[in-house]
Every structure is written in structure tokens, then in C-alpha cells.
Design a protein around this ligand. Sequence first.
Ligand code: M6R
Length: 369
Amino acid sequence: EKGGYDYFMLKEIAEQPKAVADTLLGRIGASGELTLDEVRIPQSVLREADKVVIVACGTAFHAGLIAKYAIEHWTRIPCEVELASEFRYRDPILDPRTLVIAISQSGETMDTLMALRHAREQGAKVLAICNTNGSTIPRESDAVLYTHAGPEVAVASTKAFLTQLVACYLLALYLGQVRGTKWADEIRAVVRDLAQISGQVERVLETMEPVRELARSLADKNTVLFLGRHVGYPVALEGALKLKELAYMHAEGFAAGELKHGPIALIDKDLPVVVVVPSPRGRSVLHDKIVSNIQEIRARGARTIVIAEEGDEAVVPYADHLVRIPATPTLLQPMVAAVPLQVFACELATARGNEVDQPRNLAKSVTVE
Ligand code: M6R
């Protein structure tokens, strides 16, 4: 049932192009409008919502952090993202005009379930983004937008993450459509870009051998740092989480702009530092700033592993290892940038002799608080 792969995780990484395409399927109407009929929350509620709050754990939380950029950009509704386990313990401000989005692959995560129950008790509407049909979180929500990743067996989440991003982008655009902040032609343009992602992920997967080789060469390291900016910051957090759970290595993700406020003191000779570089097109200010960060890190003798768009030549002189990803619009870059980090963590786990699909101390769904 592993389809010829050594591990479910490898199979699930390879299934990502299909998972992404399946999650888009049937959700775009003939004239380019979004048809999210499952979002059975009255349009008046969606129109009047004055705040979006996303609750989730682990990888799903990272998808939520990325969704915030898309939601605020495309709808102009303020959006907060909170770890589900922290949410109800701080007396959050919720009312019927708050739209809560609970993201969960399994639909059984107790922390997320308790957060959504708390939100509903306060009168907020809850929409679940979930990969498991009929599970508890969608059953207890006002509506559900399913991700179509298919069953995810490996404890480390991969294809579910990419489909959570697709669902979040669709939902953000749908909110924009309902509220009139996004018009059909703009939605069509983003949907066209989204439709390209499946093929782009496929291309990334075809070029992963050097990443695997690099991972094997780092098997005796103790720490790896991950840096990113904008939507690349949650990608850095996700890269670090994958490494912790699979390779049992110390790993941390930082927003690159924070480096000078403390973390730069960690930079040492030979320390591997993975940097997710924003596109040089679009937000070029951020690109240039991160290139300076890479220079600073390199000047201190660390080993730079740079994930950058094809055609980005500015990073070449400072990259000890360069991983190329296809050019995408800024907001969609996480879908291609996360893939090499999954492969990296999986290969490091194998090189260190760890159990890839069933890492120690972890369960696929965490049904205790
Ligand atoms: O099933 P859920 O999406 O609610 O699970 C949330 C987290 O437990 C999960 O993403 C966890 O962090 C993964 N093992 C990460 O790979």
C-alpha cells in the first residue's frame, strides 16, 4: 500500500501535485467565479464579518499563518492566527461578526476542537478546513471546506499542508468575491496561477536529488536554522518543525528581519542555515534585505542553503547550496518552497536511522489536550 515507496511519507510527498489539483477541482465556475457551495454560512454573515480568527496546531497552524497574508490582502478583513491550545485560555474577543476558521488534517485534534467549541459558545461562526470526511471538527462546525489530499498516513504532514494552503487561498478569494473586494477578472488571474502550482510542484520533485545528497551530508549536525520573510517565514517554521519531528534535531525558524535582534548570536562556523528567499519580482525590497542577511550569515562562516526562484542571480555568490524553485506569485510561493524542506527532513531522518512514518513520541492525531 506504500505504492513502491519505502515510506508513506515519500509516497505522500510524491502525491502532492495530484492533491493540489484535486483540491481545486470543481470549485471554479464556468465564468471563473468561485463556487464554494459547501461553505454553508449565509453570505450575509460572510459579508458582515469584521474579523477572521484562525485556530490550528502544528503544520495546520503554519498553513493558517500563510492564510493570514492572503485573507488580509484579498479581503481587507483583519485576520488573527492563534495556536488552538492557547486560544481559549486568554478570553479571546469573539462575537457573531467573528468568522473562525479551524484548520485540521485529521479533524480530531482536541486542542482545535476545544478552541472551536469555545468560539461557538461565544456566538462566532466556525468554518472548518479539514481532510477527513465526517470527523469531529467538521461535524461541530457551521460549515466545512474539505481538502482533497486523500488519506495521510505518515505522522509528518506534507500533502495535507499543501492542500490546506489551496483551501485557504480559495476561501480568501471567495470572501473577496462575496464582499466585492475581489472582482471576477482578478480572481480568474489568481485561479490561473493556482492551477499552475500542481505542475510546478511536480517540477520541484524532479530536482530533489541534490537536496537528498545535502541532507545526508548534514546527518551529524546538531542544529539547523531556517529563515524566511513574509509568507516565507511560516515556511521556515514548517521546515524547522519537520526537522524536529523527523530527524530529532534542534531546529528553529526565524523571521529574517529578527536576526539582528538576537538570533544572529547563534550563527557559528559550519552551522547550516536554510534561507527561503522571496521572489525578486514583486516585493523586491524584501528580496534585497534577505540577500543582505545571507551575506551576513556567510560572513560569519555558516553554511548557507538557499531556496530561491529560478533566475534569481543575486543569491548565487552567497549560496553554499542553491535549491531552485519555479517562479510563482509571492503569496503562492509557500506551496513550492515547502517541498524541498519536506524532502530534506525525510532524508535526514533516514540518514540518522530514524523511523520516518512513525517518529518517536508522536501520534498522527492528537486527541488529548
Ligand atoms: O490533524 P491536525 O491537522 O489537526 O494536526 C495538527 C498537528 O498535530 C499536526 O500538523 C502535526 O504538527 C504534524 N505531525 C506536523 O507534521
